[in-house]
Write a protein that binds this ligand. Structure first.
Ligand code: NAG
Length: 143
């Protein structure tokens, strides 16, 4: 089983130092009824590798890292093994202006606010020019 040691250490450190479960729950991710709820946040991109979900992805993959807040509070999340978080593999459609992209959750973003999405360069490039680096007002929902 692939396992992201670095991210796990960070996760466990965070769990030890701060009560992870006191983080605000993302209500929209709790049940299927709310799955069409629109989230929003900033969009950025990063160079993926072995992610919190245990897969080794590349900048060509349409994967995304969601905020640590959302990742850790997702129903069924187990801090001792992020690879088994039920959020892993879930797909979402992100929209920015007239453009949209569907990406699969494969990683956990420590620097992200709750609704932010950290894309691969390929995913980000479907929404905006990479020159922008960070885009505001990305809307997204689970698909
Ligand atoms: C992520 O990486 C895994 C394993 O390397 C691969 O099977 C999967 O297709 C990739 N996901 C996407 C969305 O490209």
């Amino acid at each position: 089983m692939l396992f992201s040691a670095t991210r796990t250490v960070l996760l466990l450190t965070a769990a030890f130092l701060t009560p992870v479960y006191s983080a605000p729950m993302d209500l929209a991710s709790r049940g299927s009824k709310a799955s069409s709820t629109s989230h929003s946040g900033d969009g950025t991109f990063y160079q993926p590798g072995l992610g919190a979900c245990g897969t080794d992805n590349t900048s060509h993959d349409l994967i995304v890292a969601v905020s640590h807040t959302l990742f850790d509070s997702y129903p069924g999340a187990n801090p001792s093994n992020p690879n088994k978080n039920p959020i892993c593999g879930k797909k979402l459609r992100a929209t920015y202006g007239a453009k949209s992209v569907i990406v699969a959750v494969k990683d956990r973003c420590i620097g992200c606010a709750t609704g932010d999405l950290d894309f691969t360069s390929t995913g980000f490039g479907k929404l905006a020019s990479l020159d922008k680096g960070r885009i505001h007002g990305v809307k997204w929902q689970w698909v």
